[in-house]
Every structure is written in structure tokens, then in C-alpha cells.
Write a protein that binds this ligand. Structure first.
Ligand code: SAH
Ligand code: SF4
Ligand code: F3S
Length: 481
């Protein structure tokens, strides 16, 4: 599309503006007041590729919702789609490289079908350098928008399709809350429910506070209504989403209402399973531990990113807790919720991390009895404070640390699964197993993957399974009739 004119939409992101946190109240908008062009997509198809975290997945469900409200339908193949959108993630360099690789691959589709619209949205466009690279090098991209302006997709498409002009519009602002966005959910039993957007933590390695704006909590009534609607539609599990769910409500000026209270209220609703992610150790209070301990539909599974076992590194990461306060929290969790499964996130090779500091992380992992962890090699993100920290360790040495850590982490996976040997567990059946379509697969309350033989009619149901075999990554069992 190098010969294409630019439209009236041409706004590039600015990390300087994205850094600002204003004291103004969050603006709440109703999508229905913005939505027009119904029927615009009739006869046309789309395809979305999703690269990021649960928040990114939840956004893709909204984008699909908007496209289908415009009457676009999902294409069976990428190749024949009229619109392809890449909903991207900026968290690490390799996530970005995958997207640029895919853009290269899609070039030939575009050559065969010049009317195909190719768009890039999500977190990557929130970075100046990404938009500049697209402008300079990736001329076959027609549409670029960010995380704050998904609701404007109908007018962008109108411009790109009818006027054949290029749209680049990315806002670097604190962000608003858009209620009543339509959604096409990926799963008809398990749903994401945003309880807040953005992040105000500014961990020094992390790009998210710049790509997603200020932390802003949704009104509890909107959340409760969404969960009630999901129950009516037959949903059995909701996962409450926020970058730091434990700070839910911190931005309410007119009332005091916190995550523990939200959990308590949702617990009373007739939904079978409530999960939440991500928890931040700094704000996870004893009150919340006690609410989770009352059980019922609140699942005994907590993902509690620790990042490092060294206080010095935690301080330079701006995590605002210590190894000791983290351990205190973990001890409370095991004391009040003895059946809890804990998982975590860890970064190795943060700038300046010594061998000794890395070993502190290994020790912490052993002490905490994690039953799983996402482990990452530190990736420098332009515009974040840590990008300017001195970083001498070679990538090879960082990878060695990662392998060493993963060995300890994998022991934890197996130990976590072994506790369910010969036990009866409840499984929400997701579908057939990846490797064998005569086997059903689903997750237990503790978020353990279970495979077992059973009729496909059980998909979407919660069933009892007796565990007969334990492996590192999954459990096998027999259906209890
Ligand atoms: N809000 C969540 C996690 C968001 S990102 C939290 O605070 O835990 C998910 C994980 O990606 C983080 O927990 C961290 O372990 C990892 N991560 C974030 N930025 C990174 C970077 N620059 N390099 C490597 N890993 C990173
Ligand atoms: Fe990133 Fe930290 Fe916010 Fe998580 S809490 S999204 S790691 S800045
Ligand atoms: Fe990635 Fe954005 Fe999520 S950077 S991890 S998609 S918030």
C-alpha cells in the first residue's frame, strides 16, 4: 500500500505522553453511543491473530464482537480473509519479532489479493519505534491502532475500505473505560471478565504501563452484571482480569471498595468457578487470603509472580516488596488455604543480576513449593528505566540460568501433580485431547490438566475423575460414573 494516501487519521504514539498519570477521574463511555455502520461488513470476512496475554485475548474477543456487529464473518483461512488483524504483544523482543515475521509472510497473501486489509493493533503500536518501523519498512500494512481506541474500529474500516486510505491512529493517554462492547468469546464455558485496565506499577523492566495506560477499575455493578449475563448464557467459569487485581478499587475516589469485597460479592453468584489473574504480592492482603479460603466457587489456585528471590534485584525492579514479605504472604496462603496451588513468573538475567542473586531465586522457588512457573530471560524494552541499566551478562549465560531454573521449576510441576495421585478431582471438560481425539481434556479446580476417556457430550460439563497416572505436565484418570 505504499502508493496509498494517508487519511485524516494520523496520530503516532509518544512514550512521554504515555508516562503521564493524571489525577482526573476516569471517563466511562458506552460503546452503543459510538457504534454505527451496522451491516457495513456484509459479505466480507475477517481473521484475527492474537499474540499476547489474557488482556490481549479479551481485546480480540471485543474486536471480533465489533466486526460481527458490523456483519463481517470469520474466514476459514487466513489467505482468503478480507481483513487480517494482528493483535500484538510488546512484552519481550521475541514477541515483537514473531509479529514482524508474520507481516513478512502475509505479504504474499496481499499480493494475491490487493484488496485484503492488513491491520496491526494491540500493545506494539503503542510504541513509537514500532509505528516508525511500519511506516518506513512495512508498506503493506493498511491500518494501525492501539489499545485505547478499539471502539473506533468501524470508522477506521470505513476509511480504509471505502476511501482506500491508510489509517494510523494510536493514542498515548491514560485511557477510558468503554462499557457494552460486543464480544465474541472463544470459549462457551469459560470467560474473561476485565475488572480493571492499565497498570500504575511501573516495574522498571516492563512496557505495560506505557502500552495500556493508567490503572482504572470498572464499576462493581458493571462487573456483576457481566457475570450474571454469563451465567444466563451457560458459562461455568470466569477469570477476573487485571494487571494487579489486588489493587482493584484503589482509583475509586467516591467510595472504598476493594478486591476482597468484589470476590465476596461474586462468590454469592451461581457461577461454578471464579479465578483471577494477575496477583501482585505487594497488594495481596490477608483479608483477600481469608476470602479465598472460604472456598465455594473461588478456586484454590493463585498465580503470584515473584520475579526474583533477591531483595536487591526486587528493589531495582521496583516491585515494592521483599523476599521476606513475599514469603509471609505465601505462608499465609498455605496456612489458610492448605489445598492451594501456587504458580509464579520469574525473570532471569535482569541487568546486573549476579550468580549469587540468581541462586537466591532458585532457593526461593524451592521454599515456595511452586507448582509451575513462567520463566523468562530479561528483554530490554525501549523507554523503560531498566533499558538504561548496565547489562554485562551475555545472552548465553542468561540462557544457562534459565535452563537451571527450569529444572527446579519442572520438579515443582511434578510434585504439584503428584499430590493428586489416586484422588478424585472435578474437571471442567474443555474438549478432546490435543494428541488423541478419543480422550477428553480439561482442568481441575487447582488448574491441573487432566486427560480421561469419556463421551464428547461431556464437553462443557464439570465431571468427577479419579486420577490413575501422574506426569510432569498432566494427569490421567478414569471418569467416575
Ligand atoms: N502484571 C503482571 C504480569 C504482566 S507481564 C504482573 O505484574 O505479574 C507477564 C510477565 O512477563 C511478568 O510477570 C514478567 O515476569 C514478564 N516480563 C515483563 N516484562 C519483561 C521483560 N522486559 N523481560 C522479560 N520478561 C518480562
Ligand atoms: Fe508490568 Fe509490573 Fe504492571 Fe505487571 S505490575 S504489568 S510487571 S508494570
Ligand atoms: Fe503483552 Fe500488552 Fe499483555 S504487552 S503481555 S499484550 S498487556
Amino acid at each position: 500500500m505504499s502508493n496509498k494516501e494517508y487519511s485524516k487519521y494520523f496520530v503516532k504514539p509518544s512514550i512521554k505522553d504515555a508516562r503521564k498519570r493524571k489525577v482526573e477521574d476516569t471517563v466511562v463511555l458506552d460503546f452503543n453511543e459510538y457504534f454505527n455502520l451496522k451491516g457495513f461488513g456484509k459479505g466480507k470476512t475477517y481473521r484475527i491473530e492474537t499474540y499476547g496475554c489474557q488482556a490481549n485475548e479479551a481485546d480480540s474477543e471485543k474486536i471480533r464482537g465489533i466486526l460481527e456487529a458490523l456483519e463481517f464473518t470469520q474466514s476459514e483461512t487466513l489467505e482468503h480473509a478480507d481483513i487480517i488483524l494482528l493483535n500484538t504483544c510488546a512484552i519481550r523482543e521475541n514477541a515483537e519479532n514473531r509479529v514482524f515475521g508474520e507481516l513478512g509472510r502475509l505479504k504474499k497473501f496481499k499480493r494475491n489479493n490487493p484488496n485484503m486489509i492488513l491491520g496491526v493493533c494491540g500493545c506494539m503500536p503503542q510504541e513509537e519505534k514500532v509505528v516508525n518501523k511500519i511506516l518506513e519498512q512495512v508498506h503493506h500494512v493498511d491500518l494501525v491502532f492501539g489499545t485505547h481506541n478499539i471502539y473506533k474500529l468501524p470508522e477506521y474500516l470505513e476509511t480504509v475500505i471505502l476511501s482506500k486510505e491508510r489509517v494510523i491512529e494510536v493514542f498515548s493517554e491514560q485511557g477510558s473505560i468503554i462499557e457494552n462492547m460486543p464480544k465474541i468469546r472463544e470459549n462457551n464455558r469459560k470467560a474473561w471478565v476485565n475488572i480493571m485496565y492499565g497498570c500504575d506499577e511501573f516495574c522498571t523492566y516492563c512496557i505495560v504501563p506505557y502500552t495500556r495506560g493508567k490503572e482504572r477499575s470498572r464499576d462493581k455493578n458493571h462487573i456483576i452484571t457481566e457475570v450474571k449475563d454469563l451465567i444466563k448464557e451457560g458459562y461455568k467459569e470466569v477469570t477476573l482480569l487485571g494487571q494487579n487485581v489486588n489493587s482493584y478499587g484503589r482509583d475509586f475516589k467516591d467510595k472504598s471498595y476493594k478486591f476482597a469485597q468484589l470476590l465476596e460479592e461474586l462468590q454469592k453468584l451461581p457461577i461454578e468457578r471464579i479465578r483471577f489473574t494477575t496477583s501482585h504480592p505487594k497488594d495481596f492482603d490477608l483479608e483477600t487470603v481469608k476470602v479465598i479460603a472460604t472456598g465455594g466457587n473461588i478456586m484454590p489456585y493463585i498465580h503470584l509472580p515473584v520475579q526474583s528471590g533477591s531483595n536487591e534485584i526486587l528493589k531495582r525492579m521496583n516491585r515494592k516488596y521483599t523476599k521476606e514479605s513475599y514469603m509471609q504472604l505465601v505462608n499465609w496462603i498455605y496456612e489458610y488455604i492448605p489445598n492451594a496451588s501456587l504458580t509464579t513468573d520469574i525473570i532471569v538475567g535482569f541487568p546486573g543480576e549476579t550468580e549469587e542473586q540468581f541462586n537466591m531465586t532458585i532457593e526461593l522457588v524451592k521454599e515456595c513449593r511452586f507448582e509451575g512457573a513462567y520463566t523468562f530471560v530479561y528483554s530490554s524494552r525501549e523507554g523503560t528505566p531498566a533499558a538504561s541499566y548496565e547489562d554485562k551478562l551475555s545472552l548465553e549465560d542468561k540462557k544457562k540460568r534459565l535452563y537451571k531454573l527450569n529444572e527446579v521449576v519442572n520438579d515443582g510441576y511434578l510434585i504439584g501433580n503428584e499430590r493428586f495421585a489416586n484422588k478424585e478431582v472435578k474437571v471442567l471438560v474443555d474438549g478432546v485431547s490435543k494428541n488423541n481425539d478419543e480422550i477428553l481434556a480439561g482442568y481441575t479446580e487447582n488448574q491441573k490438566l487432566v486427560n480421561f476417556r469419556g463421551p464428547v457430550e461431556l464437553i462443557g460439563e464439570i465431571v468427577k475423575v479419579k486420577i490413575t497416572d501422574v506426569k510432569t505436565w498432566s494427569l490421567t484418570g478414569d471418569l467416575i460414573e
